[in-house]
Ligand binder design. Sequence first.
Ligand code: P1T
Length: 390
Amino acid sequence: MTHDWREAAFETRAIHAGQDPDPVTGAVITPIYQTSTYVQEAVGVHKGYEYSRTDNPTRTALHEAMAALEGGAWALAYASGLAATQNLTYLLSPGDHVLLSDDAYGGTYRLIAKVTSRYGVDFSLVDMSDLDAVRGAIRPETRLVWVETPTNPYLKIVDIRAVADLLTDHPARLVVDNTFASSYLQQPLALGADLVLHSTTKYLGGHSDVVGGIVVGNEPEVLETLRFHQNAAGAVPGPFDCWLTLRGIKTLAVRMERHSANARTVAEFLREHDAVGRVFYPGLPGHPGHEIAKRQMRDFSGMVSFTVRGGYEAAMAVAGSTKVFQLAESLGGVESLIEHPGQMTHASVAGTGAEVEDSLVRLSVGIEHESDLMADLRQALEAVVPAGVA
Ligand code: P1T
């Protein structure tokens, strides 16, 4: 009989849930079932697996682990975060409306605005950190309310429980993209969300070596609809990708603690620097969402954005002159990254009213030693504003 890991603490669940030793060989680590198909004893008589688009044992282990980590009844893994997002749009029908955060990953916006909307689904953007604005933007035909918190790239904080309360008597489902916080720092289902989504490419994978997505939920009929459409449309992750993600989540808790500690140090340093305009980090007491973040997150995660005085040219110069922070899209890996959202991750929101400032730089603060991170940022910023010149 397998142990009920749901009783265990997060760190223990991350290592064991869904990952009992292999019953055939005793292998402690879940094998990579690199197979597309499964032999049947007779037509329809098999061990639960028929074809790997539909199901694969390494993927099943990831489903069980992620359901246990987010406190949901089920999880479904995908080939990317956006494949997960797209699969959720199959819950919609023509005439439905989606309410989307005005600050969200550019690819999420692009999918809803340029793909889903072609099929008769309307959408609107709202600042989800403003509850009155959310209340005013919900329509009778709203069926998905799409929250990112912290948001990408401005690190705004949305009060998950308060938005869930607004939807108590409304048929819309509340989806929380938990990518920036990770399952360790934030548990949206416990706060009233209906569905949680991650780009597992980020903190869950944790090592910038795999692209993937996951959705976690409780309603059996939603699982049935999503599984049907995933199997029909095919956006499934391969077994090795599932295995890499499983390996990543084993160390999620310790990584998130270091990411958060380093990011806090970086944010405090940036706040004092003459070359820096505004600093966006929910862990700073002056951040407008700080108190909500303290309530709904265990810590403040590893993402920090800031504007550079001197505008676009200066921001490009900073993004181009760090050495430890590597210039790249994505986030959540052990290594630190720097990017220019306007030109990179959020280029697809240009001209929509949801664009980002061109003086904005985003950091994914990794788990290197903080002294090397600070020295790197100091030299990059001093190239823009020499020391001592205000
Ligand atoms: O890249 P993919 O695994 O498909 O995940 C998309 C996605 C979904 N949600 C959030 C909050 C995200 O940040 C992303 C991807 N984001 C980046 C690549 C980035 O650099 O912001």
